[in-house]
Design a binder for this molecule. Sequence first.
Ligand code: FAD
Length: 307
Amino acid sequence: MGTVWRVKLAEVDQQRATELRQLIQQQLNDDDLELSTWKTDSVLSRFNQYQGNQPQKISANMADIITLALRIGRKTDGAMDITVGPLVNLWGFGPGKSPVSPPNQAQIDRARAQTGLQHLQVIETVAGQYLQKDVPTLSVDLSTMGEGFATDHLARLMESEGINNYLVSVGGAVLTRGHNVGGAAWRVAIQKPTDRENAVQAVVDLQGHGISTSGSYRNYYEQNGQRVSHVIDPNSGRPVQHKLVSATVIATTALEADGWDTGLMVMGPDKAKALALKEKLAVYLIVKQEDGFSSWMSPQFNAFIRR
Ligand code: FAD
């Protein structure tokens, strides 16, 4: 998935660890082959290549992810939009080539015309789940939620293997359950918004929940002296420009946390705060100020903080 996975277990011997490593890698490979837009032969890429409006059969897993993505998309007024792929590619953050100069308005308008959550629907039938688009060139990009899904999936694998004390993580999504090797609750750090890794901003005890961060401070490039973020505002068709540098969400699943964090990141600090309070989400925001950074957390997030 273009990223790293990490599984920490409280008590397993070397042989068991080797067995589990194989199961984990196999499952992640399978998830990648289903959800990747970077692999042209993945299930999702085949749906994207299909240029028709007939319902296409998808797995229950993919139906769950897309159904949740559409729900969060509606709640964020379209800020979280899994059809945003053409714009992501246009700005050089997808599998396509990076642009040498910023795209012009006509290119942005053309890409935007191929996006929109209203053009996509999941159909549940007794015979299974189907995905349908009414714009032939519409494509689905699950980059923003795939890591959360894969993290939950690893947690389910641990449970099915009879393991109850674990920390699982894919990319920026993490889920913990039980305790670490020292018998203490797992603690997860939120990084400071710098290019330097491992500077700690806050520490949380997830208590069986998932956490995910969306940020504009790592995945970006500079063009004409301006930072170009990989988070795209589907409304303008351009990378976000406001002062919110990261949004961290804790939710009952890593998938849900991973969906909300991008939506909030697109919305900017004021709208993100208002939505977090309205939806009673556990949210931690870091905002760029003239002389450094400020942070804000919702009451629900405060309950997870360890001081
Ligand atoms: P998040 O903030 O969670 O998501 C941002 C990403 O979501 C952007 O990079 C963009 O792709 C998309 N996005 C931007 N704006 C929006 C919006 N408004 N609404 C919704 N989505 C938006 N990367 C590689 O380099 N090589 C690979 O082979 C590769 N394979 C992958 C396979 C899978 C199954 C998945 C899920 C991802 C893969 N990736 C790959 C992408 C990579 O691992 C990260 O998922 C991606 O860089 C962004 O994740 P994030 O958590 O950093 O950012």
